[in-house]
Design a protein around this ligand. Structure first.
Ligand code: FAD
Ligand code: MLT
Ligand code: ZN
Length: 461
């Protein structure tokens, strides 16, 4: 243990602190697996006071801190590869309060997303942000990345549901931001600075979340689509007629990877593209409207086959085809793109990107999927067996540069929902102007004067 760590132990004798090599490896990386973990130690505080004391110690000692949730992040944001202290919120995972009048739930930042969803459901309400990492990601990580997921089309990103935050800034101050007020026009809304801050401004220790009405009864439909160009027309046909809860797309390659891990083919024939869509069936006319959308698409050659769920179990089976993609690709160490454009720009962007990547990636398998109804595409490039990771990433980076240029032309973003972290840092200036990045640096200096909070992530201070 270093002298600095001994002094931390002296200040906080009850703090759970580990330098065990297994812990350093486990807590020093996220889902990217691209960097070799090398943290100084892992601290697992159990209270806001402990978090504050750790941050003050870090300032006194000049030790960098990496805030850490469930480490399901896909941008390298929670990676500690340079002797940082990992500050894991894992033990701060309790539900603290429910207010039935305000319809809010206050939780510690380490609470897993699924625990928050369950706590809301048990109280007759819903926390509507949802995605496949629900069991292992934390609400603090969701807020720090402004996580999206499969229901953004209906409920928006995590940001929409953050009513108030308690944070420990990089300077070691505890701030209560917005105190769950619905209306508050009293100057800058500092709460929103912490949403998507990726741990660079301080530590989110508690969140008060707005809850929604319980979801309506829904049906799930899987659509087979013959051509990429038809995707946005199918989206328009459904959006016009039904209340969409989700509209997600994936390719034949994606479905093949999922089915390699089990499950049944949804159709006898293979199709190049698929959409899984969920829509409300709370009104008598809703199902008829969905069928009208389907028939319209079939008549116009936009959809070649379809199946609609007849039970919750079947709905779950159809969803598995989409939600199982990330896990099924993990062994191929995918290089992940997470790009977005405005929905109106999607058809032109899709056409250009498809042509661009078809030419740029003849040597690699490319799997497309994503939240097409939000204008968000995930383009995953799979590493060939036996190829060195560094060489693979270097090849992919050359293509990402072209993709980033296309995003500039179409007014899009290099990160729709995963965050910039380390992975997309060199492309930030394609999405944000130099003026904006300069302001972000200034905001960081104000909240983290010694630049100790997750240094090197998002931008260099
Ligand atoms: P971590 O990975 O631990 O951290 C992410 C970032 O937040 C890091 O920069 C970290 O420093 C910071 N951070 C964490 N906790 C705090 C805190 N308390 N205070 C300050 N900073 C903090 N993402 C989506 O948006 N949509 C999806 O559909 C989606 N699907 C996924 C599916 C799978 C199978 C997997 C593995 C990942 C998926 N993700 C998705 C990515 C990931 O789950 C999200 O980014 C999630 O929000 C990360 O939460 P986490 O707790 O794991 O954060
Ligand atoms: C998803 O939409 O499934 C997630 O963002 C995860 C991923 O991109 O792999
Ligand atoms: Zn996603």
């Amino acid at each position: 243990m270093t002298d600095a760590l001994i002094r931390l132990r002296d200040r906080l004798p009850g703090l759970r602190l580990s330098t065990d090599p297994g812990d350093l490896e486990h807590y020093g990386r996220d889902w990217t697996r691209r960097w070799t973990p090398a943290p100084l130690a892992v601290a697992l505080p159990a209270s806001v006071d402990e978090v504050q004391a750790i941050v003050r110690w870090a300032n006194d000692e000049g030790v960098a801190v990496v805030p850490s949730g469930g480490r399901t992040g896909l941008s390298g944001g929670a990676v500690a590869a340079n002797g940082e202290l990992v500050l894991s919120l894992e033990r701060m995972n309790r539900v603290l309060d429910f207010d039935a009048i305000d319809r809010t739930l206050t939780v510690q930042a380490g609470a897993p997303l699924e625990a928050v969803q369950n706590a809301a459901r048990e109280r007759g309400l819903a926390y509507p942000v949802d995605f496949a990492a629900r069991g292992s990601c934390s609400i603090g990580g969701n807020i720090a990345t402004n996580a999206g997921g499969i229901r953004v089309i209906r409920y928006g990103n995590t940001r929409e549901w953050v009513a108030g935050l308690k944070v420990v800034t990089g300077a070691g101050d505890v701030l209560e931001l917005n105190r769950a007020l619905v209306k508050n026009s009293s100057g800058y809304d500092l709460r929103h600075l912490f949403v998507a801050s990726e741990g660079t401004l301080g530590i989110i220790v508690e969140a008060t979340l707005r809850l929604a009405d319980p979801p309506p009864p829904t049906s799930v439909m899987l659509l087979a689509i013959p051509s990429f160009e038809h995707l946005m027309q199918v989206f328009a046909a459904f959006r016009e007629r039904v209340t969409l809860e989700a509209f997600e797309f994936f390719t034949d390659r994606a479905i093949e990877h999922v089915l390699a891990h089990g499950g049944q083919k949804p159709f006898d024939d293979a199709h190049p593209f698929y959409v899984v869509t969920e829509f409300a069936v709370d009104e008598e006319a809703s199902m008829a409207a969905a069928m009208a959308a389907f028939e319209h698409c079939v008549e116009h050659g936009l959809v070649s086959d379809g199946v609609i769920s007849q039970s919750d179990a079947q709905a779950a089976q159809l969803w598995r085809l989409r939600e199982g993609i990330t896990e099924s690709l993990a062994k191929h160490v995918p290089y992940k793109n997470d790009v977005s454009v405005r929905i109106s720009a999607m058809p032109a962007f899709l056409a250009e990107t498809q042509a661009l990547l078809g030419e740029a990636y003849p040597q690699f398998e490319v799997v497309w999927f994503g939240h097409i109804g939000d204008g968000n595409l995930h383009i995953n490039v799979l590493k060939p067996d036996g190829m060195a990771n560094a060489a693979f990433v270097a090849d992919c980076e050359q293509v990402t540069r072209l993709l980033s240029d296309a995003l500039v032309r179409h007014g899009g973003s290099i990160s729709a929902e995963h965050g910039i972290g380390l992975v997309k840092k060199s492309y930030l200036l394609g999405t944000r102007s130099a003026g904006e990045v300069a302001l972000m640096r200034g905001i960081k200096r104000a909240l983290d004067p010694n630049a100790l909070m997750n240094p090197g992530k998002v931008f260099d201070a």
